[in-house]
Each structure stands twice: as C-alpha cells, then as structure tokens.
Design a protein around this ligand. Sequence first.
Ligand SMILES: [Zn+2]
Ligand SMILES: [Zn+2]
Length: 137
Amino acid sequence: MTLTQPGSVDECLYFTRRALVPKGKIVAWAFRKECPQCHKGLMKKPKKTSPTYDCPQCGYAEPKAEHEAEITVNVEYVCPFCGHAGEATTEYKRKSWQGVKAYVFPCAQCKERIGVTKKLKEPKQKGKAVAEDADDE
Ligand SMILES: [Zn+2]
Ligand SMILES: [Zn+2]
C-alpha cells in the first residue's frame, strides 16, 4: 500500500504529526473531498455548530454525517509497541480507545491498536503510547 501524501495542509481536513512516548511516531491526514456538484471546490470543514460541509465555489452543502462517512484517515506510523514502520487507513470517526476518543487502527505486524487522540488527552491506561491531535473539534 502506498498512500498519497498531501501537497499542503490546505488539501487536508485533518493533519497531525506526532512523536509517541516513549517510542514510535504517527503522521495522519484526511483529504478534503472534492465537491460532488461542481468538481472544482474542496468541501470545507464546517464551524462547530454547522450541520453541513460547504463548497466554497458553488455553495453546495452536504450533511456532516453523510460527508464524513466518505472521508478516510490515512496514517503513516512507526508502531510504539513493536517498531514496525507501516501505513494504514481508518474511518474519519473517533472511537473509544483506552478511555478516550481516538482514530484507531491496528498495527499490521503486532496487531496492537494504536490511537490518534485529540489534543491534550491522555489515555487512562498507564504505560501506553499517547498521540496528540491538533484538531480543535
Ligand atoms: Zn461545488
Ligand atoms: Zn506493532
């Protein structure tokens, strides 16, 4: 598997780069989706209260849940558990992971679940790797 790297953060709905403690690293990103109506604009992330994603070119609006179901989080990682360097994809949907919400994916080699948490949240379970997130959701 070879993931497409973002050319700039502007192409991304989500982007984060982390060093894990005590070892491992994660780069995770999700591309903004092209507008399904005009195919010119990249759909914009809504404000917290907005129920839709909107196209800056034509104004097309898509319900948040429907839009996010089509978004994929791409991950490049060095596993904090076994040191394996790999790539993964997961849903653009945070799940419960060690007591906090995170984008979760399994290491291709050791199958341990690795989580990309929100900023400044620490897993409640001690001794596991912590990944932080620049997302302000
Ligand atoms: Zn459009
Ligand atoms: Zn591993």
